[in-house]
Design a protein around this ligand. Structure first.
Ligand SMILES: NC(=O)c1ccc[n+]([C@@H]2O[C@H](COP(=O)([O-])OP(=O)(O)OC[C@H]3O[C@@H](n4cnc5c(N)ncnc54)[C@H](O)[C@@H]3O)[C@@H](O)[C@H]2O)c1
Ligand SMILES: O=C(O)C(=O)C[C@]1(C(=O)O)C=C[C@@H](O)C=C1
Length: 301
């Protein structure tokens, strides 16, 4: 089974990047696109984010073999409802949401006639909207696919081939495990960035001008992450609540231990931790994995 017609619902950073990547890397695949926002649809047409930009969700999905929902996780159900009446039974419906368990459950419930196979390309930027997408976004990145036991293997394979065609490497994972792993590697780091940038701007004795003027590497990196799409991230934290709270509990315990060590003048505890984390970073570099890209360091392509 090879996919030749794909509908993209939601034409922002991820949906737009899929459309552009298909045009560049899978020229035999036709794309249709729809976004709930008319201004986004107009801009998507100007940029050619899909071969045909449709005026209704139904027009976009009616002839598709694969529909990919590229909307914030809190809008997945609304997007599913918008396509439900026009979806041909047996169509593969996937998504790109940053959390997987709740999204998968919602899609399966709203679209009982579809073959629902949730997915998450672990690739993005702090930018959003129809001008943010670019075709190379998924190249040498992971795409985690989280099918349940009802998903036909041929459909999972077709979706895998589609993502591989866009340059990604696919990993199959249980949705709850995905949510725990991504809470550690993506969601909590974003929460920390939002917090530190907010704290810095709220300090009474350090002016906002000073924060901007003296922001060195570390803080600057946090401000990039903290500039990420507020709607998307609000939805991620609400949707992946359980895993985020679990990891956050561990993180705050560890932070309290450091707070105590600083108050007590306990340099040994601080030094031991910093030495351990530096060793972790160094062993990652030695293993040649100094990047989230699955085949980083390979020279044969
Ligand atoms: N930004 C990232 O770094 C990143 C990375 C991987 C996955 N994701 C996931 O991808 C999804 C999309 O994120 P994005 O960064 O492309 O966001 P975006 O804001 O750039 O685009 C989302 C688009 O969805 C549209 N939309 C909202 N509700 C809709 C609805 N009910 N029906 C149709 N269109 C609707 C919006 O108008 C917008 O154009 C999210 O679920 C996010 O968690 C994001
Ligand atoms: O590189 C960035 O700016 C990102 O935030 C991308 C990032 C990540 O945390 O790695 C953000 C959310 C996604 O679901 C996947 C990727």
């Amino acid at each position: 089974m090879t996919i030749s017609r794909v509908a993209i619902i939601g034409l922002g950073l991820i949906g737009g990047s899929i459309g552009l990547a298909v045009r560049e890397m899978l020229p035999g695949v036709a794309t249709t696109g729809w976004d709930a926002d008319a201004a986004v649809r107009r801009r998507a047409a100007e940029r050619g984010l899909a071969g045909t930009i449709c005026e209704t969700a139904g027009d976009a999905v009616r002839e598709a073999e694969l529909v990919i929902l590229c909307v914030p996780v809190g809008a997945m159900n609304a997007a599913a409802e918008a396509i439900a009446a026009d979806l041909v039974p047996g169509t593969i419906v996937s998504d790109v949401g940053s959390s997987k368990r709740r999204v998968g459950e919602a899609l399966a419930k709203t679209l009982p006639g579809a073959v629902v196979i949730p997915a998450h390309p672990v690739a993005g930027t702090e930018n959003s909207g129809p001008d943010a997408g670019f075709p190379e976004l998924f190249r040498h990145r992971w795409c985690i696919v989280t099918p349940d036991h009802t998903a036909p293997p041929a459909a999972v394979e077709a979706l895998t081939q589609f993502w591989e065609g866009l340059g990604a490497t696919v990993e199959i994972m249980d949705p709850a495990h995905h949510d725990l792993v991504l809470a550690v590697t993506s969601h909590i780091p974003h929460l920390i960035a939002y917090t530190i940038v907010g704290t810095a701007s709220d300090l009474e004795d350090v002016t906002r001008g000073e924060v901007i003027k003296y922001s060195a590497g570390g803080f600057r990196d946090f401000t990039r992450i903290a500039a990420s799409n507020p709607t998307m991230w609000r939805d991620v934290f609400l949707s992946n609540r359980d895993a985020v709270l679990e990891v956050l509990g561990r993180f705050t315990e560890d932070l309290s231990l450091l707070q105590r060590a600083i108050r007590d003048g306990d340099g040994e505890t601080l030094f031991d931790l910093f030495e351990r984390t530096r060793a972790i970073r160094r062993s990652i570099i030695e293993e040649g994995q100094d990047d989230a890209r699955p085949d980083f360091g390979r020279t044969d392509h």
